[in-house]
Design a protein around this ligand. Structure first.
Ligand SMILES: Nc1nc2c(c(=O)[nH]1)N[C@H]1C(S)=C(S)[C@@H](COP(=O)(O)OP(=O)(O)OC[C@H]3O[C@@H](n4cnc5c(=O)[nH]c(N)nc54)[C@H](O)[C@@H]3O)O[C@H]1N2
Ligand SMILES: Nc1nc2c(c(=O)[nH]1)N[C@H]1C(S)=C(S)[C@@H](COP(=O)(O)OP(=O)(O)OC[C@H]3O[C@@H](n4cnc5c(=O)[nH]c(N)nc54)[C@H](O)[C@@H]3O)O[C@H]1N2
Ligand code: SF4
Ligand SMILES: [Mo]
Length: 749
């Protein structure tokens, strides 16, 4: 292979288009560059994409054969037929004894791979599984729920075209979250007509580019945002006409905001009133405001209430459905659609009775729902493309929970912290060895989709996730050749006949849930270049046309069935990514419930109305630890090879200069960091970016890999050895990892 091959970076949700040139061995990534032909990233990458060879070829503990844990606790290699039939038999047997709903599904994709997970719904149906979760239920479910309550449809921010960009607990310079983030941030910073407002206790790279950095005390965003909303009301900066036309529940909200003690709240947040006022006035003056909130608040005190207060700020100023504001996207993705039940009224998890948001059980109750003698407890877990032992709160408790289960199956590419706890491990090709895609595309006014083709062949011994799911579904006898034969016959007459036959099968609700595998086994083998895994995208394309006919038509695909086929064809052949839908900004209103926004969420407004008027620091725990910061060389646990990190190799604990001086600490000195849950030794990095009393540890460290001599090496601290399950949001159960009470002790060198 001597040609540049288009694919995408898999290290964050942006999935920038890249091109890879393989080395003479046909395996190493000799060169990597941004793909100028990618419709969203247009050649952009950050520093991390260039390190992807460490994911593909690094020291990762790559899995190349199915493994079964033996009676002595060690893994032994088994063949695929044995693995599939044993796993299917045990899942069936557990289902017979305890019901299929006792088998819990977790994961379904990381930052770059959602295609496999799209087939998992069939495996869930085949074994009667009902409950599931994913990492989204430890970060985004509060945002989803509030969005659903207020608008009935998720909205995203058009940062690129905004006059004012507002970042709340988000550091896009490192974490991205929208296309070409670093370039866009610099464009805003350079333009005297545009401004950036950042709420962050840390002077991040983003905060450095901001016009207004509100460097608040950690965990006080609810006060600061309530004060900002109250300033809008007090100074008559709200958009009355717009609200009269587009919003409901305005009076109730204004009544609460009129009573907010603005000065007191700014004092609690420890930000100068004048600065808060100036930033709020700037935002109110702007023709457009785009706001992004992220983990700094979503994993922090009052998380869901903060999501609400943040939205009030841009809703009161009328920032929806215009360029540079918030929009309701269209496209192939279904991620994050919640029904928005009032608190206490939606579906609930079987043991803890926790609210299920967007179909996901809160991550922080999973261990609780296993480690109990409740009859409805989970008995088995199927984990795919996720590393919950590392990524969920309280790793020790999660290990204990997995050990208590009758069966744990893990599908992954590497021997992860979670795979180490499994009974069976099923190895998959890497994301560059198979067809892969994400459903993380929310661009606007043009949305995109990128089906990536394999860059290099997979080694023997691994199977792509769609094939694993198909085999499990067949081993459960949920589908047989008899189900495939009529569909194949219809297909022989053309796609139109196939569509009709497929629609007929979908009328049977039990078969409808198996649709991905039905498509994979019938349409799949007829697709060019071994693109079987793309089969479910045919249904996704049809769905997209059904839901957003005009958007697809504007993107140039025509109308009706022909449009769906044209869109699917474009997906299959557009190797650099394609535009799927095209919209006008105003169309956002057609997607929102009743074409309006609802400002009054009574449960949350009540919290804003009754915030305690003091907020003292704890004496026992003098520090607040942010456990899991995004840095230049972190990428969740996707790259396991520690050598990929060109800076901050060990993942230092960042601490303010004042605290470092008081404790007599210099860069590289080791300290003992203690929380309610655990304790660890870690090197420090004193920096003037941090506030006194605040500490920060990077995410994605503490991974164990085996080096060339067979020795295990662990680099840095796994943050969730220090976090607790009970520190979580009242409404949706998301963890408060950015607000971990902590203590520091010096250690003798
Ligand atoms: N480099 C890199 N990029 C990534 C990832 C990665 O691992 N590495 N992971 C991806 C994933 S999965 C996600 S979800 C995103 C997350 O992206 P972000 O949420 O942007 O990342 P974090 O660094 O976790 O947290 C954001 C900011 O919150 C601030 N913060 C801490 N406490 C508070 C507080 O009390 N109030 C406020 N207002 N801010 C606070 C932190 O100082 C930090 O700057 O990043 C994605 N991008
Ligand atoms: N304390 C603390 N904890 C956190 C965070 C924090 O800020 N602080 N951040 C949280 C956030 S926002 C997130 S999103 C989560 C992330 O948590 P996870 O989603 O659990 O973590 P990832 O590292 O993204 O997991 C991806 C897994 O997929 C595997 N993988 C890679 N490619 C493939 C493939 O092609 N097929 C299969 N089957 N597997 C593959 C990788 O080896 C890895 O095990 O972490 C969360 N945990
Ligand atoms: S890590 Fe960087 S290059 Fe990779 S997708 Fe994210 S922004 Fe793009
Ligand atoms: Mo995330």
């Amino acid at each position: 292979m001597t040609e540049w091959q288009p694919t995408a970076c898999i290290l964050c949700e942006c999935n920038c288009g890249i091109q890879i040139l393989l080395g003479p061995d046909g395996r190493s990534f000799d060169k990597i560059r941004g793909d100028k032909l990618h419709p969203a990233s247009a050649g952009y990458t950050c520093n991390k994409a260039l390190q992807l060879d460490h994911y593909q070829n690094g020291r990762t503990g790559r899995l190349t054969a199915p493994l079964r844990r033996g009676p002595d606790g060690n893994f032994v290699e088994i063949d695929w037929d044995t693995a599939i039939s044993e796993i299917a038999a045990r899942l069936r047997e557990i289902g017979l004894r305890h019901g299929g709903e006792s088998i819990f599904y977790y994961g379904g994709g990381g930052q770059g791979n959602h295609l496999g997970g799209a087939y998992a719904t069939a495996t869930m149906a085949a074994f009667g599984m009902r409950y599931r979760s994913s990492p989204l239920a430890q970060e985004k479910t509060g945002d989803f729920w509030v969005g659903a309550r207020m608008a009935g449809h998720p909205m995203r921010a058009d940062v690129e075209h905004a006059e004012v960009a507002l970042f709340v607990g988000k550091n896009p310079y490192q974490s991205h979250g929208f296309p070409r983030a670093r370039s866009v941030l610099k464009e805003i910073a350079r333009d005297p007509e545009r401004s950036m407002i950042v709420l962050d206790p840390v002077r991040t790279e983003t905060a450095e580019l901001a016009d207004f950095h509100l460097q608040l005390r950690p965990g006080t965003d609810v006060y600061l945002l309530a004060a900002m909303a109250a300033i809008l009301v007090r100074d008559n900066l709200i958009d009355h006409d717009w609200l009269a036309e587009h919003a409901l529940g305005v009076e109730e909200v204004l009544a609460v905001l009129r009573a907010v003690p603005i000065e007191k709240y700014c004092a609690i947040a420890d930000v100068e009133l004048d600065l808060v006022t100036a930033a709020t006035h700037r935002l109110a003056r702007a023709a457009s405001v785009a706001a992004l909130e992220d983990l700094g608040v979503q994993m922090n005190r009052y998380s869901t209430v903060v999501s609400y207060a943040e939205k009030l700020v841009w809703l009161l100023t009328g920032n929806v459905g215009k360029p540079g504001t918030q929009y309701a996207f269209t496209g192939l993705s279904n991620i994050g659609f919640d029904r928005g039940h009032p608190a206490g009224e939606g579906p609930r998890s079987p043991v803890a009775g926790a609210p299920i948001i967007s179909g996901l059980v809160p991550c922080n109750v999973i261990a609780e729902e296993i480690l109990t003698d409740h009859p409805d407890r989970y008995r088995a877990m199927f984990i795919e493309s996720a590393n919950p032992v590392h990524s969920l709160a309280d790793s020790a408790r999660m290990r204990e929970a997995l050990a208590a289960l009758e069966l744990v199956v893990v599908v992954d590419v590497a021997m992860t912290e979670t795979a180490r706890q499994a009974d069976y491990i099923l190895p998959a090709p890497t994301q560059f060895e198979k067809y892969e895609a994400t459903f993380f595309n929310f661009d606007f006014p043009r949305n995109i989709f990128h089906l990536r083709h394999p860059v290099l062949p997979a080694p023997d011994g691994v199977l792509p996730e769609p094939e694993i799911h198909a085999r499990l579904v067949e081993a459960a006898e949920a589908l047989t050749e008899d189900d495939y034969i009529p569909l194949r016959a219809a297909l022989a007459q053309g796609r139109e006949a196939f569509a009709m036959a497929f629609l007929g099968v979908m009328a049977d609700r039990n078969k409808a849930k198996l649709a991905p595998v039905l498509l994979y086994r019938t349409l799949g083998p007829t697709l060019p270049d071994g693109a079987d895994a793309a089969a479910m995208l045919w249904a996704a394309a049809h769905n997209c046309v059904r839901r957003f006919p005009q958007s697809v038509e504007r993107a140039g695909y025509g109308t009706g069935l022909a449009a769906a086929e044209a869109l699917f064809e474009a997906i299959l052949t557009g190797r650099h990514g394609i535009v799927t839908t095209e919209d006008d900004y105003e169309e956002t209103w057609n997607r929102l419930r009743d074409n309006k926004v609802q400002l009054n969420i009574p449960e949350l407004l009540r919290v804003v109305a009754t915030l305690p008027e003091t907020d003292d620091d704890s004496v026992e725990w003098p520090f607040v630890l942010a456990a899991g910061e995004r840095r230049a060389f972190t990428a969740n646990t996707i790259i396991r090879d520690p050598r990929w990190r060109k800076r901050d190799a060990g993942g230092a604990l960042r601490i303010s200069l004042a605290d470092a001086e008081r404790l007599g600490l210099s860069a590289g000195d080791r300290v003992r960091l203690t929380t309610r849950r655990g304790s660890a030794e870690v090197p420090v990095e004193p920096t003037d970016r941090m506030r006194a009393g605040h500490l920060s540890l990077p995410n994605g460290l503490g991974l164990t890999v085996t080096d060339a001599d067979g020795a295990d090496i662990t680099t840095g601290i796994a943050p969730n050895e220090l976090t607790t399950l009970d520190s979580r949001d009242e409404w949706v159960g998301t963890p408060w990892h950015k607000y971990v009470p902590a203590r520091l002790d010096t250690v003798e060198p």
